[in-house]
Design a protein around this ligand. Structure first.
Ligand code: NAD
Length: 438
C-alpha cells in the first residue's frame, strides 16, 4: 500500500515508521521544515526508544521517506492519514481543529484517484463529517472516503504499542474504506490483534472515552492517596488490594502528582466541552479535570510543607521533568506547575532530567540544570522526585544524602520506601503513605 502520513510528530513519525516496517511504502509529511531536514539527514526530532533504528532501517530499505511537499505523494496514495496536532483551543477548551481542517483542504486539492483519508489525530465526534464536507467543497470531483482510526500508543513504549496493540479501532461510513484499512493493518490481523470496525462517530468517541476513563482512574487513586495520608493508610497497598480484582485491574492505579502529557489534559477538557455542547454533561470528567488541575500546585504546597512552610532562598533539587519517563515530551508536565510554584515562592530550583531538559528550558524560566541526579542534590535543602525514570530507581541514597545540605527526599512517585530512605539517613515524604512505615 502507498501510505502518506500528514504530520510527523510523536504519532505520525512512529506510525509512519511502523507502517513502513510492515512493508508499506510510506511518505511522512510535515510542514515544519526543520523537522523534515533533520529526518532527511538521519536525525530524529523527538526522543522515543527504538525509533532511530526503526526509521534508519526503513529509510535504508527504501520504504520510508520525508517531505514538506504534500501534493505529490498524496496524489499517488491509497491511504492518507492525518496525524497533526489537536491541542486545546485557546480560550474555550475545545480541541483546536485548525491543523486537521488545514490538512484536509491541502489533501483535497492533491487527490487524483480513489483515496481513503483517515483521521489518526484525536478528534471530537463529528470531525470526520466535517473533513468529508471540506474535501468535497474544496475538490467536488474528488473520489474519496473518510475513516477514523484513533491512535492509542503511549509515548515511551510507542513502537511496541503500535506493533502489538490491545486493539485497533476503525470507524467507517463508506464500505469502500474497509478493504484498504484491512490491508494497512494486515500484519496485525495476522498477529491476531483485535480489530474493531465500527461507525465513524463511535470510533471518534471511543478514543476520548478511553482517555477520560484512564484519567479518571488516576485521579481516583490520587484522591484515595490524599485520604490515606489523613487516616494512616498506605495507598500502595490499597492499589494492590483493589488492582488484583479483575474488574478493576492494576494499571493506572499509581498515585502521583497528577496526570499531564500531550493527551489526557487536552482530551478530557475537549470531551467535557463536547458533552456540554450536546447538553449531556459528563460530571465525572468535569470533576476529574478540576481535581487534577488543583493537584499539580498542591504538590508544590506539599514540598513547602515538608520543608517547614517556607522555601524562600532555599535550594530544591528536582529529579525528572517530563510528564512521564522515556520521552522528552514536556507538554502539560506536572513539573511545570510544581517548579513554577516553588520558584514563585522564592526557591532556587536545580533540575535534572535524562532526556527532557532541552524541551523544558523554554517552559521553566530561570532555574539551574544539573548533569546528574547527584549533582542536583549538591547542597540542596530538599530533593523532589517528580518523574520516575529508571535512572532514578536505584540511586545511592546515602551518596545523595551526603551531598545535601538538608536530607529531605520528597518522592512524588513512591519510587522508594520510607524505610529504605530512612535507613540512608533521609527524611522521607511520599504520596499517600503513613509516616511510620514498616
Ligand atoms: P505533534 O505536535 O508531535 O505532531 C504534530 C505534527 O503535525 C507537527 O510536527 C506539525 O508540524 C505537523 N503539522 C501540523 N499541521 C500540518 C499540516 N497541515 N501538514 C503537515 N504537517 C502538519 O503531535 P502528536 O503528539 O504526534 O499528536 C498528534 C495527534 O495524535 C493529536 O491529535 C494527539 O492527540 C494524537 N495522539 C497523540 C499521542 C501521543 O502520545 N503523543 C497518542 C495518541 C494520539
Amino acid at each position: 500500500m502507498r501510505i502518506v502520513m500528514i504530520g510527523s510528530g510523536y504519532v505520525g513519525l512512529v506510525s509512519g515508521a511502523c507502517f513502513a516496517d510492515f512493508g508499506h511504502e510510506v511518505v511522512c509529511v510535515d510542514k515544519d521544515e526543520g523537522k523534515i531536514a533533520k529526518l532527511r539527514e538521519g536525525g530524529i526530532p523527538i526522543f522515543e526508544p527504538g525509533l532511530d533504528a526503526l526509521v534508519a532501517k526503513n529509510v535504508a530499505a527504501g520504504r520510508l521517506s520525508f517531505t514538506t511537499d504534500l501534493a505529490g505523494p498524496v496524489g499517488e496514495a491509497d491511504v492518507v492519514f492525518i496525524g497533526v496536532g489537536t491541542p486545546t483551543r485557546r480560550g474555550d477548551g475545545h480541541a483546536d481543529l485548525s491543523y486537521v481542517y488545514g490538512a484536509a483542504r491541502e489533501i483535497a486539492s492533491a487527490l487524483k484517484k480513489f483515496t481513503v483519508i483517515v483521521t489518526k489525530s484525536t478528534v471530537p465526534v463529528g470531525t470526520g463529517d466535517e473533513v468529508e464536507r471540506i474535501v468535497r467543497e474544496t475538490n467536488p470531483a474528488a473520489d474519496f472516503a473518510v475513516a477514523s482510526n484513533p491512535e492509542f500508543l503511549r509515548e515511551g513504549a510507542a513502537i511496541e504499542d503500535f506493533k502489538r496493540p490491545d486493539r485497533i479501532v476503525v470507524g467507517i461510513e463508506d464500505e469502500r474504506a474497509r478493504g484498504p484499512m484491512e490491508q494497512v493493518y494486515r500484519p496485525l490481523y495476522l498477529n491476531k490483534s483485535p480489530v474493531l470496525f465500527t461507525r465513524r462517530r463511535t470510533s471518534e468517541l471511543i478514543k476520548y472515552a478511553a482517555n477520560a476513563f484512564l484519567a479518571l482512574k488516576i485521579t481516583f487513586i490520587n484522591e484515595i492517596a490524599d485520604l490515606c495520608e489523613k487516616v494512616g493508610a498506605d495507598v500502595q497497598e490499597v492499589s494492590r488490594g483493589i488492582g488484583l480484582d479483575n474488574r478493576i485491574g492494576s494499571k493506572f492505579l499509581h498515585a502521583g502528582p497528577g496526570y499531564g502529557g500531550s493527551c489526557f489534559p487536552k482530551d478530557t477538557l475537549a470531551l467535557v466541552k463536547t458533552a456540554q455542547d450536546h447538553d449531556s454533561p459528563l460530571r465525572l470528567i468535569e470533576t476529574t479535570v478540576a481535581v487534577n488541575d488543583q493537584r499539580k500546585r498542591a504538590m508544590a504546597r506539599k514540598v513547602t510543607a515538608a520543608m517547614g512552610g517556607d522555601v524562600r532562598g532555599r535550594t530544591i533539587g528536582v529529579l525528572g521533568l517530563t510528564f512521564k519517563p522515556n520521552t522528552d515530551d514536556m507538554r502539560e508536565a506536572p513539573a511545570i506547575s510544581i517548579v513554577q510554584a516553588l520558584t514563585d515562592a522564592g526557591a532556587k530550583v536545580r533540575a535534572y532530567d535524562p532526556e527532557g531538559m532541552e524541551a523544558a528550558k523554554p517552559l521553566l524560566g530561570d532555574i539551574d540544570y544539573a548533569e546528574s541526579a547527584y549533582q542536583a542534590a549538591e547542597g540542596a535543602d530538599a530533593l523532589v522526585l517528580v518523574t520516575e525514570w529508571d535512572a532514578f530507581r536505584a540511586l545511592d541514597l546515602k551518596r545523595l544524602r551526603d551531598r545535601m545540605a538538608n536530607p529531605l527526599l520528597v518522592d512524588l512517585r513512591n519510587v522508594y520506601s520510607p524505610a529504605e530512605a530512612r535507613a540512608a539517613g533521609l527524611d522521607y515524604v511520599g504520596i499517600g503513605r503513613p509516616d511510620a512505615e514498616h
